[in-house]
Write a protein that binds this ligand. Structure first.
Ligand SMILES: [Ca+2]
Length: 283
């Protein structure tokens, strides 16, 4: 577990509160303190993904980021998606219509392993895994506009309209706020816990609504996180959607809310398919 200094957490609290978002103002609480004990979270609700429609997708997409691009007036009723993919020598980022037809694609350097991406206004930010490189792109052409460098790993990324902030995962149970123009570090959200236990391996993200959704790496599981407390409040079992490609790395990864609806897109690495779903009570 990476620890962050108090002054950073305090700065994060101030920045996020100014933006209408609550973050922790104290150091990491996830280490068990037997004198007081971690506060147990309320049990999350178990949900399942009810499939509304199924759509083809490039079967080679080792999906690391999935986003519904904010609608352009020319889009009509069509849904435009942004996908960023991984693996060294094969990573790319592309836009496509939900029916599978691609619009624009850009490869990244063979030395980089692509990760999550998000649209913030006229820009796209694309993470890479362990290189510390974050690529800024034009949201329409995907042309590279510049790079920023970050400490730690890049996993998932999403953009939150309500606060105007990006949120980034790094494989731990911590989510970090990022400036949408500069990618500057704006501090941490509260540690993500389920029943008081840390939930590590937070990967692809969606933060378009009031709940932050996160894939948990190597599990067929989406968790819904309360950004104010870090508590997992929903769990969605995706195992019934897994197309079983035969590759152990082809795990569930990819969550994108369709704006102004109760529907989401979900996929996985090299699944070759995107599901449009609605989350409903399990059982
Ligand atoms: Ca996403």
């Amino acid at each position: 577990m990476i620890r962050f200094p108090l002054r950073l957490a305090a700065a994060a609290a101030a920045a996020a509160l100014a933006a209408g978002c609550s973050v922790s103002d104290a150091p990491d609480h996830t280490t068990t303190d037997t004198s007081s004990g971690p506060v147990a979270d309320t049990a999350p609700t178990d949900l399942r993904a009810e499939v509304i429609s199924t759509h083809r997708m490039d079967p080679d997409s080792f999906t690391q980021g999935l986003t519904v691009v904010p609608a352009d007036t020319a889009d009509g009723d069509r849904i435009r998606i942004l996908v960023s993919t991984g693996l060294r020598g094969a990573s790319r980022i592309y836009t496509a219509w939900l029916d599978g037809d691609e619009i624009v694609s850009a490869d990244i350097d063979d030395s980089l392993f692509g990760e999550g991406s998000a649209v913030s206004g006229p820009f796209i930010w694309q993470l890479t895994w362990t290189s510390g490189v974050v690529i800024k792109r034009d949201a329409h052409t995907l042309a590279e506009l510049g790079r920023q460098h970050i400490a730690g790993e890049g996993w998932g990324l999403c953009y939150n309209d309500a606060t105007g902030m990006l949120i980034q995962s790094d494989g731990s149970n911590r989510l970090r706020l990022r400036d949408p123009h500069t990618f500057a570090d704006k501090g941490l959200l509260p540690p993500v816990t389920d029943g008081g236990a840390p939930v590590d391996n937070l990967n692809e993200l969606d933060c378009g609504g009031e709940v932050i959704w996160a894939n948990v790496w190597q599990q067929p599981l989406l968790v819904g996180i309360d950004p104010a407390t870090g508590h997992v409040i929903h769990r969605v079992d995706l195992s019934a959607l897994d197309p079983q490609t035969g590759h152990r790395d082809d795990v569930a990864n990819g969550i994108a809310r369709i704006p102004h609806t109760d529907r989401y897109l979900v996929t996985g690495k090299r699944w070759g398919v995107i599901y449009q779903v609605r989350f409903v009570p399990a059982g």
